[in-house]
Design a binder for this molecule. Structure first.
Ligand SMILES: Cc1cc2nc3c(=O)[nH]c(=O)nc-3n(C[C@H](O)[C@H](O)[C@H](O)COP(=O)(O)OP(=O)(O)OC[C@H]3O[C@@H](n4cnc5c(N)ncnc54)[C@H](O)[C@@H]3O)c2cc1C
Length: 437
């Protein structure tokens, strides 16, 4: 099968993300009056006054083709394996190989490093389409692209980019290692320590809940180089799987996204060269915050894809297969209203996700938008996938189709990359700042 992203490259080079049109700026009193309806609107890096507004969910030709081709790939290649991978609690290595072949593991990585050189929304679209079929495969692609590749692209120097990005584009999976047994929501209370050596660094400590760990060859690890400085000592390092002293201590058995590996990692006198420092010493907390802000949009996309997949699966059943009282169950008004309500909520969540992605691409502040998208999309995914189980009755409850799996998978959206309470905290803090005199 030809690579999806390679086929889209010529389009991606010529198609702008936004159509530009001449438009006079609003008079200042009108511009101010829009303030109350905008989110995180104080910074204006980009002059958007000349843009013609389009529907938020309108995709460029490249993005649209990305959605179609990933959807086809997910249905044909991943779909038949979803149930077995969930039961086995393991990702099929052939799927991982195909993700690389299709160029889905380096969507935003520039072509000079072997990536597809596409935009952020293309990655979001791919994550969403994969989650519609399997949220486990989706999170593998999400973490690899939006956290690992992004961290190296944004903060790695020229040598780091040349060393790591081609590997991450062609066959080496990546993990992002921040959480620890004693630091989850309070991530920067991390205990893993780094010690400076004459020609490198030595790491000691452990990490918990690390996605992709069983498949990964490259780990971005946050450790404190100077605990006397508190969170300002946190530094990012790159550790390769075969480094002596590095080990996978445990693979978690989980409620959902069971094919996605989640592991405890140990670092026991792990010595790495100087060149494996990512960016600058003491800047790790800033890198983690910035990368996770973007990553949250990816998780929000995973959740909207999951919600849509669960809804579609149930909709097909109630409108085509199952009859009671002499008619298809989806033709009862009580069912129709629930299906319509759920679809409306999915559409609202998608609007938040695409708005956050577009604001990020436009260089605007998007932190509040990303938090709102993740919060709401995970709530919608939970509600819709739960209802979908009920709409299918007993058939939704058994481990044959995907209804019960989507319901189980939905729960993680409110936990990783910042729990729902943490998203609410971010949203409230930014609102308070905006509304405090
Ligand atoms: C499947 C899975 C994959 C993961 N993948 C990764 C990964 O790849 N890399 C990585 O670094 N981490 C990963 N994580 C970790 C994840 O980010 C954390 O689980 C998450 O940040 C929550 O931390 P915690 O589990 O320690 O919960 P806790 O922080 O203990 O929170 C428990 C509860 O307390 C609430 N709470 C905590 N503090 C506050 C507060 N100040 N105000 C209000 N409520 C609060 C939380 O909202 C939550 O409801 C993963 C986790 C899971 C389950």
């Amino acid at each position: 099968m030809a690579s999806i992203t390679r086929a889209l490259r010529p389009l991606c080079r010529t198609t702008p993300s936004f159509r530009m049109a001449a438009r006079r700026p609003l008079p200042s009193h009108l511009a101010r009056s829009t303030h109350a309806f905008s989110t995180t609107s104080r910074r204006r890096d980009v002059d958007l006054s000349s843009l013609t507004p389009t529907p938020i969910t309108l995709l460029s030709e490249t993005e649209s083709m990305m959605a179609d081709t990933v959807s086809k790939f997910a249905q044909e290649q991943i779909g038949p394996k979803v149930r077995d991978m969930d039961e086995a609690e393991a990702m099929d290595p052939a799927i991982v190989e195909q993700l690389f072949e299709q160029g889905l593991m380096s969507i935003e990585v520039p072509e000079e490093y072997g990536g597809a050189g596409m935009n952020f929304t293309s990655a979001i679209v791919a994550i969403e389409e994969l989650a519609r079929i399997d949220p486990s495969v989706s999170v593998m692609v999400d973490v690899h692209n939006t956290l690992v590749n992004t961290a190296i692209l944004k903060y790695g120097d020229a040598q780091a980019r040349r060393t790591w990005l081609p590997k991450l584009a062609t066959g080496t999976v990546g993990s992002f290692c921040l959480s620890e047994p004693a630091s989850g929501s309070d991530a920067f209370a991390l205990q893993t320590k780094a010690e400076k050596l004459s020609d490198g660094y030595k790491l000691n400590g452990s990490k918990m809940w690390i996605t992709n760990a069983m498949e990964s060859g490259v780990f971005i690890v946050f450790a404190n180089l100077d605990p006397s400085q508190g969170y300002k000592g946190i530094t990012a390092f790159i550790v390769e799987k075969d480094t002596p002293g590095f080990s996978i201590a445990k693979k978690e058995k989980k409620l959902g996204i069971r094919a996605s590996s989640t592991c405890v990692l140990n670092f026991d006198d792990v010595v790495i060269p100087k060149s494996n420092l990512l960016g600058e010493e003491g800047q790790g907390y800033k890198y983690a915050i910035s990368v996770l802000n973007e990553g949250r949009i990816g998780i929000a996309a995973q959740m909207t894809g999951l919600a849509l997949g669960a809804w579609e699966n149930a909709a097909r059943y109630v409108w085509n297969d199952r009859r009671q009282f002499g008619q298809l169950i989806g033709t009862f008004q009580g069912m129709q209203h629930q299906l319509a309500q759920a679809y409306t909520e999915i559409a609202a969540a998608r609007a938040l996700v695409y708005n956050a992605a577009r604001k990020k691409e436009a260089g605007q502040d998007f932190v509040q938008d990303a938090a709102m998208a993740k919060l709401y999309a995970s709530q919608v995914a939970g509600r819709v996938s739960g209802s979908a189980v009920e709409w299918m009755g007993g058939m939704g409850f058994v481990r044959e189709g995907i209804a019960e799996k989507m319901f189980r998978d939905s729960k993680i959206g409110a936990i990783y990359e910042g729990t729902s309470n943490i998203q609410l905290q971010t949203i409230a803090k930014l609102l308070q700042k905006q509304y405090t005199n």
